[in-house]
Design a protein around this ligand. Structure first.
Ligand code: SF4
Ligand code: SF4
Length: 382
């Protein structure tokens, strides 16, 4: 996590795209007004001095338009100087214009976008024409000096082409951020595209091999994060940390939720920014209590797992949103997390415990798989 305290702003759940596995868009969604931004500023004013990241997410956040961002970014930056606001945005880039890019560049807003691999594969999963429109926006953003990184969603279909996808990212010279397709809580067939936890685990090990073997050709953010977790024994992204109480998402009408993933689910509303609720009262709401209950649940359910200090039971949304808040287990991706954390730990220990007097040839023979310490050294240096 860039900063421990994270506020996600969702100007709308509307989106012009038609990605097949999307679970968050809603064409009837309202648009956030600047009054809500004023409320957000007023709500956060009493926070103690600290660095806070504000991420604009959706739906498609660029639907809010240039005037919204010109004023919203200024209001937050000037209204909350004690929070040293840092901004980010997740967008499909279709609606990027020179005017928008100029405004975002003024506030150094890094952009996350989404491309799932080569054009044909991306358009198959995200709809005809997605790739070209995304690339058009990408060029505008880059021309204005904006940093753009791509999330690559792996589905149960695209995972079969993982080699081609990784090669594509290498050829483009793009940093990859992996996202496993999640079950949709809105459609009739929730698991149509879902990546099964076992497949996700296999994929992470494959990507670890790629990242350490071709460290000069490809950077995979998730692999860096996972290595960092094991090496420092603390979580560095929200999935591998307790996000409750430090992450909040604001919906288009100003409702406060535990995270953008819960937006549009009335049972997960914690409060409203117009009431400027304290963090304590948000965590005392029904939704807040259910998030905290998950934290306690993890302390028991994962107590015998050697990765508990940095995994923390994975993502609460994955664990409790599909069950309506009932605690029946940890994040179903546990299988994948265990697999990759075990893999990194074993390789790291093997390398660190290799006798220093052993010849290089013997060390290479003993080391059946590519080592991870080189990658960790690179991450630390960077
Ligand atoms: S609910 Fe999941 S995605 Fe949301 S902040 Fe927490 S860990 Fe991250
Ligand atoms: S790997 Fe599984 S058991 Fe271990 S802390 Fe993570 S979710 Fe819990």
């Amino acid at each position: 996590m860039k900063n421990p305290f994270h506020v996600m702003i969702i100007p709308t759940l509307g989106c012009p795209g038609q990605c097949k596995y999307c679970w968050s868009s809603d064409e009837n969604s309202p648009r956030m007004t600047l009054d809500t931004i004023d409320d957000i500023v007023r709500w956060l004013k009493p926070l103690d001095e600290q660095r806070v990241t504000f991420t604009f997410h959706g739906g498609e956040p660029l639907l809010a338009g240039a005037e919204f961002y010109r004023q919203a970014l200024q209001k937050i930056a000037e209204g909350l100087p004690h929070l040293s606001p840092e901004f980010a945005m997740q967008t499909n880039l279709w609606l990027m214009t020179d005017e928008l890019a100029e405004i975002l560049a003024k506030y150094h807003v890094p952009l996350g976008s989404s491309i799932d691999g080569p054009k044909e594969l991306t358009d198959y999963q995200r709809g005809e024409g997605y790739y070209e429109r995304c690339l058009e926006g990408y060029k505008i953003a880059v021309n204005h000096g904006l940093l753009v990184r791509f999330i690559c969603t792996f589905t149960n279909s695209s995972v079969k082409k993982k080699e081609a996808i990784v090669n594509f990212f290498k050829e483009q010279g793009w940093v990859m951020k992996l996202h496993p397709a999640l079950p949709s809580l809105k459609g009739d067939n929730p698991n149509a595209w879902t990546l099964a936890p076992e497949e996700y685990g296999d994929l992470l090990v494959y990507l670890l091999d790629e990242a350490v073997t071709h460290a000069d050709d490809i950077e995979i953010m998730n692999i860096n994060d996972l290595c960092r977790c094991v090496f420092t024994r603390s979580g560095s992204v929200c999935t591998y940390a307790d996000c409750m109480g430090t992450t909040f998402a604001i919906g288009p009408d100003g409702e406060i939720y535990p995270c953008y993933r819960f937006i549009g689910m009335p049972e997960w509303v914690m409060g409203h920014v117009r009431d400027a609720p304290s963090i304590e009262s948000l965590m005392n709401s029904h939704a807040g209590k259910r998030m905290l209950a998950y934290k306690d649940f993890v302390d028991t359910a994962c107590k015998d797992c050697s990765h508990i200090t940095y995994c923390r039971g994975g993502c609460p949304y994955n664990a409790i949103a599909p069950t309506g808040g009932t605690l029946i287990g940890v994040d179903p991706h546990c299988i994948a997390y265990k697999r990759i954390f075990d893999e990194i730990t074993t390789r790291m220990n093997d390398e660190m415990n290799a006798a220093p007097t052993m010849s290089r040839v013997s060390r290479v023979k003993r080391q059946q798989k590519p080592g991870v310490m080189g990658l960790i050294k690179k991450i630390v240096e960077e």
